[in-house]
Each structure stands twice: as structure tokens, then as C-alpha cells.
Write a protein that binds this ligand. Structure first.
Ligand SMILES: [Zn+2]
Length: 310
């Protein structure tokens, strides 16, 4: 697979083209909202039930984002619930390793940070070894943990796995990076972990912004923020980066929806068409949920629940 890394300034030149493609792809759907005959209406009904582009919840901060044949997973496998968060169900875990639905055709896995409620090094190594085409994008701290697992598996050669691992090495306030593959544009910037600056300063929490190319070259762009802190200064530092690409989907931790600062970042910086809060504690009540839910904003709490991105 061809990988090119571009300097973000150079990359900015391509942003306009990508945005134009996204707008062109969106217009036929908008026009089709007033169908002229019954067959178009029934096609549209099917499309709503089985959208080409959607986000699907797994557990905690784990989701699939799909655009046609392009499918990625954020933070899919981890072992620590800390007594508060959903773990991936046994059935979904079996399907993940077997590569069966909903994980069939998975192209890439993204790790926001190495914490145990987002990432299990042993399981990610096993997953990468089981799927010879799967790519991994992860911060250096998580990749270090993968190397430690590889060293402990002395009888296995892990070199083929690490050829498919893209290590994101970013300091705080360092310029965002971009990596392009056949079907993905991956952009990454370090946003400090919640608790900053008193705690968690050393945690490499990566906010990924991924554009997935689907059928007819349509593009869906989703941003997953990991356990990002809600201070605006982290986003103000790269204001142009955040402004340059329209987001179909923002996936912040749920505390963004409960905090004025977090909501302001979503409405002033990220401006997504749809926001789905993740990392929701199991004790989150229906009242808590109602308080953060509106037409284009919600939280994901039920495994396999799905929202269309069309
Ligand atoms: Zn964390």
C-alpha cells in the first residue's frame, strides 16, 4: 500500500479539492430527498435502513466508521473497564478476531492513547497478526507497548506486523501530521488528555481526523478525540487545521457535551454535521442522556447502535 507523508502546509493545498469532492458527493443525496416516483422512494427507504456511510458503536470509546467499502475502527479492543465503562462483548470480540460482521473488510485500526480502557497491546498484536492487510495508526507510547509484547513472544516473528504499523509521534503543540493511503486520509494532532495540566501531561492522546473514500469517490470525514481535554487553547493553536476540512462526524468523549468549553469547541472549531459522544459510563442515566441530546448531537451507549452519516 502506498503511503505518503506530507507536510501539513503542503497538504493544505489539497484540502480545498477534498472539500469540493465532498460537496459534490453530497448534492445528489440532497436532491433525492424529494423522490418523483415510488421506486426511488423505496430505494431511499432501503438506503436509510442500510446506509452506505455510518458510525456504529462497539464499547466505551470504540466505534466503527464506514463509508461504502472503507471501514475503520477507533479504540476497538481493551481490557479495563475501571468499574465504569463497557467492555467489548465476548461475541463482538470473537467477531473482531475472526474478521466477521460487523468487522468484515476492516481496513485500519486507530488507537487514541495507550490507556487500558482504550487499548490492549497484547490483543492489538494478536489482531494485527491475524489480519495480514490490517493497518494500525497509534501513538508512539502504544507502539512501544506493542514492541514489548513482541519481545515477550520470542518464538514469533512480528516484523510483518510492524510494517503495517504507522507510529504517530507528536509533542504537544507540534504541527498536525497527515498520512495518505489508498482509501484514507489520516490527519493527527496531539490534544492533551483530560486532567491536563495537573495530571496526564505525559499521555500521548491523539485526535485523529480521518477522511474515508467510499463509493463514487464520496468522502466522509470523522474526528475521534480520545480522552481530550476541553480547553480551547489546544484547538486555537491549530485553528486553521481545524477549520479547513468539513466534518461529517465528531466523536468527542461525553464530557465535551456536559461542559460549556467542550460544546464551544464543537460549535466553533469542529463544526461537525453530527456529534456522537463516547466513553459514557454505564451509570449514565436516561436523564443525563436527555440533557446532552439534541437533533444532531447524542451519545452512543448500546453496542451495535448505528447512526447514518448521509
Ligand atoms: Zn485515558
Amino acid at each position: 500500500m502506498k503511503i505518503t507523508i506530507r507536510h501539513p502546509l503542503v497538504f493544505g493545498l489539497c484540502a480545498v479539492a477534498v472539500a469540493l469532492v465532498a460537496r459534490q458527493a453530497a448534492s445528489p443525496v440532497a436532491e433525492a430527498r424529494e423522490p418523483s416516483n415510488a421506486s426511488i422512494r423505496s430505494n431511499l427507504a432501503r438506503q436509510d435502513q442500510d446506509p452506505q456511510a455510518y458510525v456504529q458503536y462497539l464499547a466505551n470509546a470504540g466505534v466503527l466508521v464506514v463509508n461504502g467499502n472503507t471501514k475503520i475502527a477507533f479504540d476497538p479492543i481493551f481490557r479495563s473497564s475501571f468499574g465504569s465503562y463497557l467492555l467489548l462483548s465476548d461475541e463482538l470480540e470473537r467477531n473482531l478476531f475472526a474478521g466477521t460482521a460487523p468487522f468484515d473488510g476492516l481496513d485500519a485500526v486507530f488507537i487514541s492513547h495507550y490507556h487500558g480502557d482504550h487499548f490492549s497491546a497484547r490483543d492489538v498484536m494478536r489482531l494485527m497478526a491475524a489480519h495480514a492487510d490490517l493497518e494500525l495508526f497509534a501513538p508512539a507510547q502504544a507502539v512501544e507497548a506493542l514492541h514489548a509484547v513482541a519481545r515477550s513472544n520470542k518464538d514469533q516473528d512480528s516484523s510483518a506486523v510492524f510494517e503495517r504499523v504507522r507510529t504517530i509521534t507528536l509533542d504537544y503543540e507540534q504541527a498536525p501530521v497527515a498520512i495518505e493511503t489508498d482509501s484514507l486520509l489520516v490527519e493527527a494532532v496531539r490534544i492533551p488528555h483530560s486532567g491536563w495540566p495537573e495530571r496526564m501531561q505525559n499521555v500521548e492522546n491523539i485526535a485523529f481526523r480521518v477522511s474515508l473514500t467510499g463509493a463514487d469517490d464520496s468522502i466522509v470525514t470523522a474526528a475521534h478525540l480520545g480522552d481530550a481535554d476541553t480547553r480551547d487553547e489546544h484547538y486555537d493553536h491549530d485553528a486553521d487545521y481545524w477549520a479547513k476540512r468539513p466534518l461529517n462526524l465528531a466523536l468527542p468523549p461525553y464530557w465535551y457535551l456536559q461542559s460549556e468549553d467542550g460544546r464551544a469547541i464543537l460549535s466553533n472549531r469542529l463544526k461537525p454535521a453530527l456529534t456522537m459522544g463516547l466513553h459514557v459510563p454505564v451509570k449514565f442515566s436516561a436523564k443525563d442522556k436527555a440533557a446532552v441530546t439534541s437533533d444532531r448531537v447524542g451519545v452512543m451507549t448500546q453496542p451495535l447502535e448505528r447512526r447514518s452519516l448521509q
